[in-house]
Write a protein that binds this ligand. Structure first.
Ligand code: 6PG
Length: 240
């Protein structure tokens, strides 16, 4: 696996991620006329989203050619402060000229299994593919090695058919909807963004590969079959 790229601090990490995202999105638009991008939730990407929503990145990206999705969502209303959609909308989507019809949120206000089924239908409809391939999936990682809402020891990790499932988190908001490993590993590019010393033990396990007798962290199981895998981390996340 490619080594992680280490940045001095969260600001440098956000800038480095913006460079990669612009490159990947431009390649998708050049090749297929549009870029299908799934955003991460949590707190880490907020700095990146703020960068993308400001100059020069706001002007460098052709927002009219993007379709925006999410890697996961908490089962809360879209106006709830815990909503991944609400965070991305405030930090990025409200600041860039992306048409509303191109923003495909997960219906956190619905029953989780219904929201998951509807989202899978939407992914298939928008991509018009039997196995939808996203051009870019931005992911974070928890201190336990989870990513999206794929938590250690959950059945969602073993899903081999469905692209989106309902699952539970160990902490509130417990009900979640998440893309599954088959969906994540079909992506043309996956970009992990990891910052903070609390992530260092999990990051070390992920980057060490399968040397441990324990099951690999969920984040280690995201390895796009035919795509790029980028780990962008800050120095604190390396334990430095
Ligand atoms: C979520 C995210 C989740 C997040 C990690 C890291 O819904 O919370 O999808 O996978 O990326 O928990 O979260 P932080 O960036 O807040 O550390």
């Amino acid at each position: 696996m490619e080594p992680a790229r280490v940045f001095a601090d969260p600001a440098a990490l956000a800038e480095g991620a913006a460079v990669e995202i612009e490159r990947i999105v431009r390649r998708a638009i050049d090749n297929r006329g549009r870029a299908l991008v799934a955003l991460a939730g949590g707190s880490t990407p907020r700095g990146l989203y703020g960068r993308l929503g400001a100059e020069p990145w706001r002007s460098r990206i052709d927002w009219s050619c993007l379709e925006i999705f999410w890697g996961d969502e908490r089962c809360v209303p879209p106006t709830d402060s815990a909503s991944n959609y609400a965070m991305a909308k405030e930090a990025l989507l409200a600041r860039v000229p992306i048409p509303e019809r191109a923003v495909h949120r997960i219906d956190g206000e619905r029953a989780p299994r219904r929201a998951a089924a509807l989202y899978e239908e939407e992914l298939r409809r928008i991509t018009n593919l039997e196995l939808p391939r996203l051009d870019l999936v931005v992911l974070g990682m928890g201190a336990d090695g989870h990513t999206a809402s794929l938590f250690p020891g959950t059945v969602a990790l073993d899903e081999e058919e469905r692209l989106v499932v309902a699952t539970e988190a160990p902490a509130a908001p417990r009900d979640r909807v998440t893309l599954t490993l088959p969906m994540l590993n079909a992506a043309r590019a996956v970009l992990f963004l990891v910052q903070g010393g609390d992530k260092a033990p999990a990051l070390e396990r992920v980057l060490a590969g399968g040397e441990s007798s324990e099951p690999p962290p969920p984040a280690a199981r995201v390895r796009p079959r035919r795509g790029e895998l980028l780990w962008l981390v800050d120095r604190a996340a390396t334990g430095a």
